[in-house]
Design a protein around this ligand. Structure first.
Ligand SMILES: N[C@@H](CCC(=O)N[C@@H](CS)C(=O)NCC(=O)O)C(=O)O
Length: 220
């Protein structure tokens, strides 16, 4: 039994998308993105009360990077991992985990624009700074994609899923227009059926009420 604990449009979408790419059977428990993630029952699954948590093989995993590595080793026939000894192993690990460099900024911006609902709680300078830092991450991806269709020369992998999902969150805050290779790569990713199946389903609560949140202007 594989069971994913998920909140739509959060990092748990990364694991949902990967499970869909792997084509394995699994259940999804959709949680509200609220204080219920701090309940004793949920903390028993994920000790800091975060999503994703993945029940698999009689244990529960948390941390997207670890979950991605575990799933790709568990289901090697899908070809989405690069096993130890593979020539692309190091690059695969780097890009799988680079997703979190993006996600920390997307999470900070989500806090500013979505979770802190009173204007007085928000910081215009943090919204500008974090968006600029995401832009630097987009530039790194753009450089990597120069002459490549996917992040690894060997073709589509879980590295594309990991970074692609982080870019999905980041695109709520950064315009991709200055990054044409990233935009084209993201277009290919978002055309995949497994990506579409990881988006919020009809009736599910969404984290983002708007498609795009520009940096906040300074208050007078
Ligand atoms: N490094 C962790 C981060 C997990 C994380 O912080 N997830 C966010 C959603 S994107 C969360 O659960 N936030 C709930 C909270 O902070 O209360 C991972 O990659 O799984």
């Amino acid at each position: 039994m594989i069971r994913l604990h998920h909140c739509p449009q959060t990092r748990s979408m990364r694991t949902l998308w990967l499970l869909n790419e792997l084509g394995v059977g699994f259940d999804v428990v959709v949680h509200p993105f609220d204080k219920s993630l701090r309940s004793a029952d949920y903390l028993a699954l994920s000790p800091a009360g975060r999503v994703p948590a993945l029940e698999i093989d009689g244990r529960t995993l948390f941390e997207t990077g670890a979950i991605t590595e575990y799933l790709c080793e568990r289901f090697p026939e899908a070809g989405l991992g690069r096993a130890p000894g593979h020539g692309e192993r190091a690059d695969w690990l780097v890009w799988v985990h680079f997703a979190e460099t993006l996600s920390q900024h997307a999470a900070a911006l989500t806090q500013q624009h979505v979770m802190l609902y009173e204007d007085s709680m928000r910081s215009p300078i943090i919204t500008r700074l974090e968006a600029a830092r995401l832009g630097k991450c987009f530039a790194a991806i753009e450089a990597r994609l120069d002459g490549r269709g996917w992040l690894l020369d060997g073709g589509f992998s879980a590295a594309d899923v990991s970074v692609g999902q982080a870019v999905y969150m980041a695109l709520h805050f950064v315009d991709p227009a200055p990054y044409p290779a990233l935009a084209a790569w993201y277009g290919r990713l978002s055309a995949r059926p497994a990506f579409a199946a990881s988006l919020p389903q009809p009736g599910e609560a969404r984290l983002y009420a708007q498609p795009f949140y520009p940096p906040l202007a300074d208050r007078p």
